[in-house]
Ligand binder design. Structure first.
Ligand SMILES: [Zn+2]
Length: 487
């Protein structure tokens, strides 16, 4: 049943991303790009769309677009043309958006994505540059357009350099869509072309989704708009595929439509239907010259490209002797990778131990607290100090985990925590005494170990650990017990 379902209902997903480019100024004027500043404080005649104001292309934005294209294995065009995309909306003062249409700066790339079913290659159809619209702020109880008492417009965002990246419909599942989105975000951040902070609206994602017909041809696709979290991308696509499947199983037909996923009720809602016949009346922007991207300039940009996540992964395996899994976890997040390298650079730190502490212990605690590594109070220096304390035998591994709990909360020095809470490991002499006591208190078990029943050793280790309140190294305790019971 399951197998047949999979064969009959093959999902076909394509993604479209909009990412703010990490420039200091806007796409076609000198206004600063800002977030969270008082409304309409960073505007000028160009980004307010005053008649007669002339745009000038931001060279840095073009450079960042080329970098993104190179990172996504795209072909970089030698000539790209800006075009007017005409439509009316209050947040678009000019009545058109300057974008690129039939001559984008990058085409034909790909991205290799690791998913739970292995690596898939997702084609990149195109990457083009454009400007963001201003921001509508709906006033009233609902905070949405419908039911609000009015709408205000903040033009600070208007004209922010934007890059649109469109993938081929190569993605086979909602989970793979989330992995693709995550990997793309990671690449954009790694090479510094976008901060890609979804909460600031610097990265947004739309998805096209359909179910393949039994004969292998594409089914009718629907569009899921404006998802601002990759978790919602996965959940929204899951819901939409369920909806399409129910329609097909009921003998109906999927209608081409635009939907919105609402995380509050975990459902997709129709925005507009039958809207695919948009006519934006694109034409080349008469106020801007076409971009001429010389081979030499592109080569020069390529020569100073930062390390890509895939290259970093290979380097971590090679340089630090990490497993592919650990290296993958660490390099999947630029901040985590930088954190790791800071810890591993501390003299005396074993890089594999450091990887283990970060990928398992630290990440576990961050996930539990639902915070990013950048928000963590446990600095790389603190963690390195903690790993050092375990390495030199000052504290046991289990005590170190308790100390880590504390550092993540407070950011204080591990040595200070150990001192204050009396977590220092029991010294060698003292530990020997405790082991002797445990042996004499449990003569029956001790006898069984002497007779070769190694299973009982665990019980005795537990007794020693309890007596030392966990402040002993389990391996060392086992060693001592076996030593003493062997003689
Ligand atoms: Zn401006």
């Amino acid at each position: 049943m399951e197998v047949q379902d999979k064969r009959t209902y093959q999902a076909v997903i394509g993604l479209e991303f909009h990412a703010h480019l990490a420039t200091t100024t806007k796409m076609f004027c000198g206004c600063r790009v800002t977030y969270g500043e008082p409304p309409n404080t960073h505007t000028c005649p160009v980004c307010l769309g005053h008649p007669g104001a002339l745009p000038v292309t931001n060279e840095k934005a073009v450079e960042l677009g080329v970098m993104a294209g190179l990172a996504l294995n795209c072909e970089i065009a030698d000539r790209a043309v800006f075009a007017r995309k005409n439509y009316f909306y209050p947040d678009l003062a000019k009545g058109y958006q300057i974008s690129q249409y039939d001559a984008p700066i990058c085409t034909g790339g790909y991205l290799d994505v690791s998913t739970s079913d292995g690596t898939i290659r997702v084609g990149i159809t195109r990457l083009h540059l454009e400007e963001d619209a201003a921001k509508n702020v709906h006033v009233g109880e609902s905070g949405r357009m419908h039911g609000s008492v009015g709408s205000l417009i903040d033009f600070n965002r208007g004209g922010t350099p934007l890059m649109e990246i469109v993938t081929e419909p190569d993605i086979p599942s909602p989970e793979a869509a989330r992995a693709t989105a995550n990997q793309l975000k990671n690449i954009l951040r790694a090479i510094g072309v976008s901060e890609a902070d979804m909460e600031k609206g610097q990265l947004r994602c739309d998805a096209n989704v359909s179910i393949r017909n039994p004969d292998g041809s594409f089914g009718t696709k629907t569009e899921l708009k404006n998802m601002n979290s990759f978790r919602f991308v996965e959940r929204g696509l899951t819901r939409e595929l369920e909806r399409q499947r129910a329609i097909l199983e009921g003998g109906g037909r999927v209608e081409q439509t635009t939907l919105h996923y609402d995380p509050d009720d975990d459902e997709v809602h129709e925005l507009r239907s039958k809207e695919y016949a948009h006519d934006y009346r694109y034409f080349p922007e008469p106020d801007l010259l076409p971009l001429q991207l010389s081979e030499a300039w592109v080569r020069e940009i390529k020569s100073r490209m930062p390390e890509l996540p895939a290259q970093m992964l290979a380097r971590f395996i090679e340089q630090y002797g990490l497993s592919e899994y650990d290296a993958g976890v660490l390099t999947a997040d630029r901040d985590l990778a930088v954190y790791y390298e800071t810890v591993a650079a501390v003299p005396g730190i074993d890089p594999k131990q450091a990887a283990n502490w970060i990928t398992v212990e630290l990440r576990g605690r961050l996930n539990e607290a639902d915070i990013e590594i950048s928000e963590s109070k446990a600095s790389p220096e603190r963690l390195a100090e903690l790993i050092g304390l375990v390495g030199e035998g000052t504290i046991s591994r289990s005590a170190a985990k308790d100390v880590l709990d504390r550092i993540v909360e407070t950011g204080e020095s591990p040595s200070a925590v150990v001192e204050r809470e009396g977590l220092a490991a029991v010294g060698a002499d003292e530990l020997g005494g405790v082991v002797d006591e445990v042996i004499s208190a449990n003569p029956e078990e001790a006898e069984r170990v002497r007779a070769g029943d190694k299973k009982v050793v665990g019980f005795l280790i537990g007794q020693v650990m309890r007596a030392t309140r966990g402040n002993a190294d389990g391996g060392r305790v086992r060693e001592l017990l076996l030593q003493k019971l062997d003689s």
